[in-house]
Ligand binder design. Structure first.
Ligand SMILES: [Zn+2]
Length: 376
């Protein structure tokens, strides 16, 4: 999501990453605290003091987001759902779960853990601020702790808005799911609320922008767009998963695909395969064993004079991890793999043997037909 991420450190066994967009958020927060918020609340201090306070505030925000996501992750792991990593990005943090919760009860506790953690941390920061004033720290130093207390409360409140995929939306979905036992219905309502909330933020952002608050307005506009898109995508993803549930790659693949024996010469490959069939890429086999794949790109590498001598097996692309899948894998995992690698065709294997080709178009056609016959 949002391009490059880099690994920072590990904590409690979770890999913590920051997306490049987090740097933008960090700069924006530091700048607005140093040049706006702190000078407004505590006037007449040295500029360097404001920048130091802002820096601590930004690091505190980083810690607060991490604390929130860690609480989701710890609860998820306790329920047996592995968390791949935690990534901080432009709009906060996200814990990447490897599976969706199987029961409403689990989803409820996983979701509510984050806001609870933020409230606890918020109270802790407020108490810290009170203690600091009591033992004689200057008001503005304690003010940084007070600001972080406020930020954590805000984080809890914002996340409890009942629109999926926010935490409150997950709590709502879990509750509806528990009530009716229908995850699809529950997800539909929770994501609709999420889309509604997203649009509301977009509208507020625009109004705020027009009123002259450019940075704040743009900020809410972007968050609104993000929430809206994420809500819509979550529902779509659930529909896809449900439609493909329990079906393997074998069910959708085309068996006995056109394949090129490794000893075929390039000349023959071009005339008999490339010109003859409507495919961009062909599996290359030795006997029945899948060796790799070949397409126009590899042919271009061979000088025309060598077409008679060169064999397909010598020039084919042998790194087949990305465009190969086992016949017994789940169909929705195949779809994930295609999205991740942006490939529209996967070679299907049983062990080392090529048994078929899975084409994205065929999967999508199936999903379209299901959607037509079983509309919402
Ligand atoms: Zn959360």
């Amino acid at each position: 999501m949002f391009g490059e991420s880099f690994s920072l450190f590990r904590v409690l066994g979770f890999e913590i990453r920051a997306n490049v967009t987090w740097l933008f958020l960090a700069l924006l927060v530091t700048w607005s605290l140093a040049a706006g918020f702190f000078p407004f609340v505590y006037p007449d201090l040295a500029p360097l003091t404001y920048w130091m306070m802002a820096l601590v505030g930004m690091l505190g925000l980083f810690f607060s987001l991490l604390f929130h996501e860690l609480s989701h992750s710890v609860v998820a792991r306790a329920y047996g759902i592995p968390v791949r990593r935690i990534t901080l990005f432009l709009f906060g943090g996200v814990a990447e779960m490897e599976a969706e919760p199987k029961e409403p009860r689990i989803e409820f506790w996983m979701a509510i853990a984050g806001p609870i953690a933020s409230v606890v941390l918020g109270v802790a920061f407020y108490l810290l601020a009170l203690t600091m004033v009591a033992v004689g720290f200057p008001e503005h130093i304690a003010g940084v702790a007070r600001y972080l207390g406020f930020i954590n409360m805000l984080l809890a409140i914002f996340n409890m808005v009942p629109g999926f995929p926010l935490d409150g939306g997950r709590v709502l979905r879990a509750t509806l799911w528990q009530m009716k036992g229908d995850i699809r219905w529950a997800t539909r309502w929770a994501t609709r609320m999420g889309q509604g909330f997203g649009l509301l933020l977009v509208a507020l952002g625009l109004a705020s922008f027009i009123a002259g608050n450019f940075v704040g307005g743009m900020w809410w506009f972007l968050i609104g767009m993000f929430v809206y898109a994420a809500a819509a995508a979550s529902y779509q993803q659930l529909l896809t998963q449900q439609a493909l549930a329990g079906r393997t790659v074998r069910r959708f693949m085309t068996a006995d695909p056109v394949s090129v024996p490794a000893e075929t010469r390039i000349e023959e490959f071009v005339n008999e395969y490339l010109y003859h069939h409507n495919f961009d890429r062909f599996p290359v086999v030795r006997g029945q064993r899948l060796l790799g794949s070949i397409g126009l790109a590899e042919v271009r590498e061979v000088p025309r004079d060598d077409w008679q001598r060169t064999r397909v097996g010598d020039v084919c692309q042998q790194n087949i991890q990305e465009n190969t899948i086992e016949a017994d894998m789940k169909a929705d995992e195949a779809l994930n793999q295609m999205q991740k690698t942006r490939s529209v065709r996967l070679m299907v294997t049983e062990g080392e043997r090529l048994v078929g080709i899975l084409v994205l178009k065929d999967l999508l056609r199936y999903l379209d037909v299901r959607a037509e016959l079983e509309p919402d």
